[in-house]
Write a protein that binds this ligand. Structure first.
Ligand code: FES
Length: 108
């Protein structure tokens, strides 16, 4: 199973994804510089990602605390906190766009 993330240069990366992991953890495990300062506690808002419009309605609705963080961080309407998205097989192929400040890993 995979998630597809586009980096700030528009390059798409297909990342192996593990059921039950937070999407934030999957992105970081593949070497992307997504900050995630609070470790997934829905406190910092530094794990924001843009969700492809075709996938937005397939995600669960944000809880109140996620909505508050998004609001505090002036999130755009297509943004979610990747630490609040738990990967399941229904999300196989999920497409995201990373914020500009998130560095992609150096090619091996
Ligand atoms: S990692 Fe802090 S809000 Fe997601």
């Amino acid at each position: 199973m995979k998630i597809i993330v586009a980096d700030s240069g528009g390059v798409e990366h297909a990342l192996d994804a593990v059921e039950g992991w937070r999407v934030m953890e999957i992105i970081r495990a593949h070497g992307f510089g997504l900050e995630a300062e609070c470790g997934g506690s829905c406190v910092c808002g530094t794990c924001q990602v843009h969700v492809d419009p075709a996938w937005a309605a397939r995600l669960h609705e944000p809880r109140e605390d996620e909505l508050e963080r998004l609001d505090e961080n002036f999130a755009e309407p297509d943004e979610r906190l990747s630490c609040q998205l738990i990967f399941t097989e229904e999300l196989d192929g999920l497409r995201l766009v990373l914020p500009e400040n998130v560095k992609a890993p150096e090619p091996a």
